[in-house]
Design a protein around this ligand. Structure first.
Ligand SMILES: Cc1ncc(COP(=O)(O)O)c(C=O)c1O
Length: 495
């Protein structure tokens, strides 16, 4: 399945044409795109008024709601209302929903293709941080000789805290046991693969585990999972990946790359709602259960923090106290998952099942390249952007080294003003202080036309802020509304 190739979109009509030939163009209607009026209103009950949709480039933070999510959840609510506890076991003839008891299996089956895994290597469960803890409880088994965990120095804070506390929990000192990889490409805040490999080499004899992000949340850098995993394995070190920003974004091959374990959240590119249930991957090699070894008094499975939901379904309700895990990732489950919350993940994954990650990634590469080109070569008469750009893209320009997101570092003092102008023009992106704006066109619901419009609004907003049109934040409230007129006027007149 081919996607639009052209990164050089100099005319808006060209962008519109790319949308016409986009193989994923039908997917946008699967989603609820907030209108500008809805975003401005303080009421959440504000139904679609038919006004212009916003430009939503924030799927890296919270993906948009699929239309079918409400229907699927409503069906489960009906099953609960009409069957009560029997809903756990009853097949629901009038919907394609599984009984509550098997919703986790249905979710894992749909999730596996997104990460390039076998179904039994995936579990849809808990939250990302909780999953990192559960996985490290199994995969971080420090000894006096090998006790270190290598992570990046600029890791997402939750990962940092999780690693630090796991080290302490095992009786070691994070000062000695935590190795932080700092960026070597300082001006971009990114880390080269060779630098990561050299840090692994340096600490190989004392390291028990490596934990890295598939895509770095701040810079948008996509690490070379395959090469780094193979390198850690050559040293006999286990390696896990935080895929929060990679899942549903890039074409992952966790099984092929022989990753040991991974965890992710499903509220970003997987569009399953705020605080949605997350997911984890355990390589089938680590998920085996040897029942005969257990019969002979041995463990028979990789040690873990156990709970009844990770136990064999055939004996789960016998209420015995001899834990026999489900083989594979499902054996890491601990408690009874929320069928309603899992259903939101399933609803979204049904949409992914209508296409494949290769097609999604192809469109994503084309869109992000188009965005990069328009930002680096602004078209409009925006004053300052014509001469020297008041911003820098810190995300690598090689498509192999990034996903959908571009992280744009603006000149000191511009962030607040630019963000306010974007908001007033109906653009949703997010900021990471002190100076980065993250921009992520999501291939399932964004268009090339939006990319074109965004680039123009963004360069205009930088220009206006630089020229001092936008005042300090204390004046922002008073000015709100004026700038929207400002962008509308600029659009018409070019001034
Ligand atoms: C890279 C990364 N790791 C961890 C987390 C924490 O996820 P959760 O709150 O779902 O545990 C996030 C949340 O955005 C994240 O982006």
């Amino acid at each position: 399945m081919s996607a639009p190739q052209s990164a050089k979109v100099r005319e808006r009509e060209h962008a519109i044409q790319l949308d016409v030939t986009d193989p994923l163009k039908g997917f946008r209607k699967e989603f609820l795109i907030p209108t500008k009026a809805q975003l401005e209103s303080l009421a959440v009950s504000n139904s679609d008024d038919g006004s212009e949709p916003c430009i939503y480039f924030c799927g890296n933070s919270l993906g948009l709601q699929p239309r079918r999510t409400a229907q699927r959840i409503a069906s489960h609510l009906s099953a609960w209302a009409t069957k009560g506890v029997l809903g756990h076991f009853t097949e629901h003839e009038d919907s394609n929903l599984p009984p509550f008891l098997h919703v986790d299996d249905a979710a894992a089956k749909l999730m596996a293709p997104l990460v390039g895994a076998e179904t039994n290597e995936v579990a849809v469960m808990e939250t990302l941080t909780a999953n990192l803890h559960l996985l490290m409880s199994s995969f971080y088994t420090p000894t006096e000789e090998k006790y270190k965990i290598i992570i990046e120095g600029k890791a997402f804070p939750s990962d940092h805290y999780a690693v630090e506390s796991q080290i302490r929990h095992r009786g070691f000192d994070p000062e000695q046991a935590m190795v932080l990889i700092e960026p070597d490409r300082l001006e971009l805040a990114t880390i080269s693969t060779s630098h990561i490999l050299s840090v692994i080499d340096k600490h190989a004899s004392t390291t028990a585990l490596v934990l890295l992000p598939g895509i770095q949340y701040y810079t948008g850098q996509y690490l070379d999972i395959k090469t780094i995993t193979a390198h850690a394995h050559r040293h006999g070190i286990l390696i896990g990946w935080d895929l929060a920003h990679a899942v549903g974004n890039v074409d992952l091959r966790l099984r092929e790359w022989d990753v040991d374990f991974a965890a992710w959240c499903n509220y970003k590119y997987v569009n399953s709602g705020p605080g949605a249930i997350g997911g984890l991957f355990v390589n089938s090699r680590h998920g085996q259960v040897d029942v005969s070894a257990m019969r002979d008094g041995g463990e028979g499975f990789r040690d873990r923090l156990c709970g009844w939901w990770g136990g064999s379904k055939s004996t789960r309700f016998e209420m015995g106290n001899h834990f026999v895990p489900i083989p594979g990732a499902a054996g890491w489950q601990v408690g009874n998952p929320s069928a309603l919350a899992l259903t939101a993940v399933i609803a979204s994954l049904e949409i992914f099942a209508l296409t494949d990650m290769a097609t999604i990634r192809a469109k994503s590469i084309a869109m992000t390249a188009c965005l990069e080109d328009l930002l680096l070569h602004p078209l409009s008469a925006n004053r300052s952007c014509k001469e020297a750009l008041p911003y820098q893209i810190i995300t690598p320009s090689d498509p192999e080294e990034r996903g959908a997101q571009l992280s744009v570092r603006v000149e000191p003092g511009l962030l607040g003003g630019v963000m306010r102008l974007l908001e007033d023009a109906g653009v949703v992106v997010d900021e990471r202080r002190p100076d980065v704006i993250r921009v992520a066109p999501a291939p399932l619901y964004n268009t090339f036309q939006e990319v074109w419009d965004f680039a123009n609004i963004f360069t205009w907003a930088c220009s206006e802020t630089q020229a001092g049109t936008v005042h300090g934040s204390q004046e922002a409230a008073a000015l709100k509304g004026q700038d929207q007129k400002g962008w509308a006027k600029f659009k018409q007149t070019g001034y």
